[in-house]
Design a protein around this ligand. Structure first.
Ligand SMILES: Cc1cc2nc3c(=O)[nH]c(=O)nc-3n(C[C@H](O)[C@H](O)[C@H](O)COP(=O)(O)OP(=O)(O)OC[C@H]3O[C@@H](n4cnc5c(N)ncnc54)[C@H](O)[C@@H]3O)c2cc1C
Length: 372
């Protein structure tokens, strides 16, 4: 049967959009690539996070707030359809500060973001060391820790459960998921669009390109030139520990299973997904400065993944002029934005038109004339 929408890319972004479309009863075909592809969705840290995001782009702060406001209902509906527990917790989150200077710098950064948003109520606060220690009674903080910022709307989820749930729900809602379906070509076909992968050709009135780092080549075919680059992030995982960290922190979170995730680096290493001893040493040092007792804990895993970054690191949502019905969706916080992708973005794709509040995310913002 001819699908109504083809979504290209089965990472967290593509799968969330496909799920949102399937929930709206559209016939969806989700095409995912080959085993060797770069997959940020399988490498990520699992934060559903607001604090500290959106400097110089208040629209991004608003977008993130919208997604987080939708997350709880999104989780309930997705768990009901898929039967998979996303382990979503949303009791706030922490960003630790080292030294008085670090504490003051963080406070100023959050105040600046707050001013740029023009919002009355602050949904974050700075906790000094004594307040932080009261919040984390089972953590013996290192001597350099001066406190933390606390973001009221922050939380975390299990990103692999989220991905599995989205794929399962697409199928449960009548959609089709195809793996090993690396799309080579998108072309106009009468009123619709033709998508070719391996020996197959499928047509549909709408196509969403959400193929992470594979998106640039596909988007060019529909007249959208989206600049993206990979940024490597490495993560360490410890053995299982008794629960001690009740809140996730940027860089440190205890999972539902008891393991502790430590990360993530930000490295310009091209498409190299190797793990390095240097990153492991750097992450371990920072963690031991934070919680010295973690020096005695066994590390059981280290992995590297590539973030999908635009020049300003904010998302791109765009619609093709030359190929009506073709959209592109890219971002580097696919877990945080999953609820928005399944709701507002899926709604927009269904309507065939991106709404005005997504206009600031068009990639034309990068078309700054170069000096002669
Ligand atoms: C180390 C690290 C930590 C992170 N931590 C967080 C976090 O805490 N919170 C958060 O919100 N986000 C986090 N992220 C980001 C998050 O993982 C991504 O935003 C998310 O995975 C969405 O990525 P994606 O779906 O765009 O791309 P990917 O997950 O990379 O998926 C792209 C998919 O497209 C497919 N594909 C590519 N080319 C083609 C083609 N031609 N045809 C068909 N399919 C194709 C690939 O096979 C792949 O499955 C993190 C990322 C990294 C690397």
């Amino acid at each position: 049967m001819r699908p109504e929408v083809i979504v290209i890319g089965g990472g967290t972004v593509g799968a969330a959009i496909a799920y949102g479309l399937a929930r709206r009863k559209l016939g969806v075909l989700l095409l995912d690539g080959d085993d060797g592809d770069f997959r940020a969705a399988r490498a990520n840290f699992g934060l559903v996070w607001l604090q500290g995001k959106g400097l110089n782009m208040p629209e991004y702060q608003r977008l993130t707030r919208r997604s987080i406001a939708l997350w709880q209902d999104f989780e309930v509906a997705l768990t009901e359809t898929s039967g998979i527990d996303l382990q979503y917790e949303h009791n706030g989150g922490l960003a630790f500060c080292f030294g008085e200077e670090g504490f003051e710098a963080r406070r100023l950064q959050l105040q600046r973001l707050h001013n740029q948003l023009g919002h009355d109520d602050a949904d974050w606060e700075m906790l000094d060391r004594a307040e932080l220690a009261r919040l984390l009674p089972k953590v013996a903080l290192g001597p350099k820790v001066s406190g933390a910022s606390f973001g009221k709307h922050d939380g975390h989820a299990n990103p692999l459960c989220l991905l599995a749930a989205l794929h399962k729900a697409v199928v449960a809602l009548g959609g089709t998921v195809r793996s090993q379906a690396n799309v080579r070509e998108i072309a106009r076909d009468g009123e619709g669009l033709r998508v070719s992968f391996h020996e197959e050709v499928v047509t549909a009135p709408r196509v969403v390109i959400a193929a992470g780092l594979g998106s640039q080549a596909l988007a060019r075919q529909v007249g959208l030139d989206v600049p993206i680059r990979p940024q490597r992030g490495q993560v360490l995982v410890t053995e299982r520990l008794a629960p001690f960290l009740p809140l996730p922190a940027s860089g440190l979170r205890q999972t539902g299973e008891g393991t502790v995730m430590i990360g993530a680096t930000q490295e310009e290493a091209g498409f190299d997904v190797s793990t390095t001893g240097e990153a492991a040493a750097k992450l371990s040092r920072k963690t031991v400065d934070l919680v010295p007792a973690l020096a005695n804990v066994r590390l059981v895993r280290q992995w590297a993944g590539l973030r999908v970054l635009t020049p300003d690191s904010y998302p791109v949502y765009a619609q093709s002029q030359s190929h009506p019905g073709a959209f592109v969706a890219l971002c580097h916080s696919g877990v945080t934005l999953a609820a928005l992708h399944a709701e507002a973005l899926a709604e927009a794709v269904m309507a065939g038109r991106l709404p005005a509040d997504l206009a600031p995310f068009h990639q034309r913002r990068f078309d700054v004339p170069k000096a002669a």
